[in-house]
Design a protein around this ligand. Structure first.
Ligand SMILES: Nc1ncnc2c1ncn2[C@@H]1O[C@H](COP(=O)(O)OP(=O)(O)OP(=O)(O)O)[C@@H](O)[C@H]1O
Ligand SMILES: [Mg+2]
Length: 365
């Protein structure tokens, strides 16, 4: 069992800086939890608190029912993998992986079996006698993972373990880590600033900004029902499009209005903002949530002018100017578009987002 629970946990520095503010989070046994956010938002601080490498200055941290606030790092049965690998340069791969087990005085035969088992799973069996400087970055990272794996800890803590790897290797290592989670049947807490990595790996994501958890939820929920503009814009590439405007009433209809653009809001949004005529809002449309073949249907549309066509292999992005704002849309690669052309897109109303301009909070979810 390894449930990790934060109750009102904070990290307040003596100079008054709040690196983590009032975190309430209950990480289930065997869950894969990802802490996601920009640089400086408090991800490593949170992870290091679990490891015991950083003091909890406010609130309570529990492992199962045990209060951990003052338990020293070496008495916490967790394994940590760092971005920098932190391998011993003069030891072989074998000894690097075996190190934690030797420190804990496991029998030699058992150590040998665990090291070889981990090496086989990570496909570094042939490299056990090499030193770290004789390995590539990806191989070193696998040694670091192997060192954590052999420990069979209560929880794995990983701080941007893949950020030093090239794009191709990063994707194959993601699959490796996912397999490792399935095989180990243990709680994983994983830090990254890469939204794609978070969406791929996580059972749940905590999106953080400025020391504050902005939203906690499954990848789909975070992507499809972001609770504020920060969360909406942090996930997705290209990022969600934002259009500032206001709410206007027209008979029974509730409209989003910006200049010449009028969008009749669907019932589930209209009912939430019908009493807010004149309110300043921000409409959010993800690049993929449009239909380029709009003409024949009676649906809410966006008219704009194509500034540039950007093919990306599998499909293409269009940079389109709508009411003075530059937006990105994703369309089929077969669609024929030219720079300067006027276009009309139907909007997928079920997937529309609307935020309060002042607070940035979602008015929909
Ligand atoms: N001793 C300190 N005194 C004051 N502030 C500190 C101290 N140590 C760290 N901080 C601040 O705490 C904040 C959180 O740091 P943390 O390392 O958790 O960020 P992070 O999300 O891991 O960022 P990155 O993605 O860059 O690693 C940062 O803004 C950092 O400047
Ligand atoms: Mg960090």
């Amino acid at each position: 069992m390894s449930r990790i629970k934060f109750e009102g946990v904070g990290k307040h520095y003596p100079n008054g800086y709040v690196a983590l503010d009032n975190l309430n989070l209950d990480i289930a046994d065997k869950e894969f939890l990802v802490l996601l956010g920009p640089s400086g938002c408090g991800k490593s601080t949170t992870l290091n608190m679990i490891a015991g490498l950083e003091d909890v200055t406010e609130g309570k941290l529990f492992f199962d029912n045990d209060l951990m606030n003052t338990v020293p790092a070496h008495k916490r049965d967790v394994a940590m993998v760092f971005q920098s690998y932190a391998l011993y340069p003069h030891k072989t791969v074998y000894e690097n992986i075996a190190f934690g087990l030797r420190m804990r005085k496991h029998p030699a035969a058992e150590i040998d079996q665990r090291v070889r088992d981990a090496a086989r799973r990570l496909e570094i069996e042939g490299m056990l006698e090499r030193r770290p400087d004789q390995l590539s970055g990806g191989q070193r990272q696998r040694v670091a993972l192997g060192r954590a794996m052999v420990r069979q800890p209560l929880a794995f803590l990983m701080d941007e373990p893949l950020s030093n790897l090239d794009a191709v290797l990063r994707i194959s290592m993601r699959a490796e880590i996912k397999r490792m989670h399935q095989a180990m049947q243990t709680t994983f807490v994983y830090v990254t600033h890469d939204h794609a990595e978070a969406l791929t790996l996580a059972d749940r994501i905590v999106v953080m900004n400025g020391g504050v958890a902005q939203q906690i939820g499954a990848p789909d929920a975070i992507y499809e029902r972001p609770s504020n503009m920060f969360v909406a814009s942090f996930l997705g590439n290209p990022s969600i499009n934002f259009l500032e405007g206001s709410i206007t009433l027209d008979g029974d209809s509730v409209l989003f209005k910006r200049g010449q653009l009028e969008i009749r809001l669907p019932p589930h949004i209209a009912q939430k903002v019908a009493g807010n005529a004149g309110r300043a809002v921000v409409l959010g449309i993800r690049p993929e949530d449009i239909d380029a073949h709009a003409e024949s249907r009676r649906r809410e549309t966006l008219q704009g002018r194509i500034l540039s066509v950007l093919p990306v292999g599998s499909d293409q992005f269009l940079n389109v100017e709508v009411e003075g704002v530059k937006l990105f849309f994703r369309v089929d690669k077969e669609d024929q578009h030219k720079d300067g052309e006027n276009v009309s897109f139907a909007i997928n109303l079920n997937r529309l987002h609307l935020f309060d301009k002042q607070s940035g909070q979602s008015l929909v979810w």
